[in-house]
Design a protein around this ligand. Structure first.
Ligand SMILES: [Mg+2]
Length: 220
């Protein structure tokens, strides 16, 4: 088989109706808009590293008294598994491919959409949120692998698995997937409106049926 490892983005790729889970939760918790924008500006101008941006945004949720139940409420009304996602993951797994999730999203989103994710993915990278015994958000462990980091994570996984990058697939939908798309043997821009990603990707799949990526991956 030509491809041996498939890496997936979560928000907008395996998760429908959500470009960024951070945005979904910011809106659900009605966080201070000016602070949220300031955190973003500081990251994109290079003043703070990604992990600091994530921690500051998590603080905004804590300020609002965010609980696990409220996160679940936000996801129930705001997102769902992408049509075809389960079929795709199980087809690739049955074909003997290794599967990875490399996402800037949060663990609670993956737990909600794919509660059996530990049986599906061989490798998972995302930001982890932790809750206290009363269900209140207590702290977070930010991923080191968003943006450029997505390509780094894919390289690390490929190396660990002994798979050359030419045999790795990356599937994503947004700006933060561009670096990984450039590094993968096959990159698929899925349901993407981001021109930079589309032009960095070998394949562009329009619409919201994830099954449409399979014929590009499952080739002898
Ligand atoms: Mg995405």
């Amino acid at each position: 088989m030509r491809y041996q490892l498939a890496c997936f983005d979560l928000d907008g790729t395996l998760a429908d109706n959500v470009t960024s889970s951070w945005q979904l939760f910011h809106e659900h918790f009605a966080v201070d808009f000016a602070k949220r924008e300031d955190n973003k500006k500081q990251f994109f101008s290079g003043k703070i590293p990604y992990a600091e941006w994530a921690l500051r945004d998590v603080e905004l949720w804590k300020e609002r008294g965010a609980t696990k139940e409220q996160f679940i409420e936000a996801m129930r009304s705001g997102t769902a598994l992408m049509p075809g996602a389960r079929a795709v993951l199980s087809s690739l797994k049955s074909a003997g491919m290794k599967l990875a999730l490399i996402s800037g999203s949060v663990n609670i989103m993956l737990d909600h959409l794919l509660p059996d994710h530990s049986e599906i993915f061989d490798h998972i990278h995302l930001t982890e949120l932790y809750f206290d015994e009363l269900g209140r958000l207590s702290h977070a462990k930010p991923t080191l692998f968003d943006m450029e980091g997505k390509a780094v994570a894919m390289r690390n996984i490929a190396e660990k698995e002994g798979i050359p990058l030419s045999r790795c697939v990356f599937v994503g939908d947004h700006h933060n997937d561009v670096h990984a798309a450039r590094a993968a043997g096959l990159s698929i821009a899925f349901n993407s409106s981001v021109e930079r990603l589309k032009s960095a990707s070998g394949v562009v799949v329009d619409g919201k049926d994830l099954r449409k990526i399979l014929p590009h991956i499952l080739i002898p």
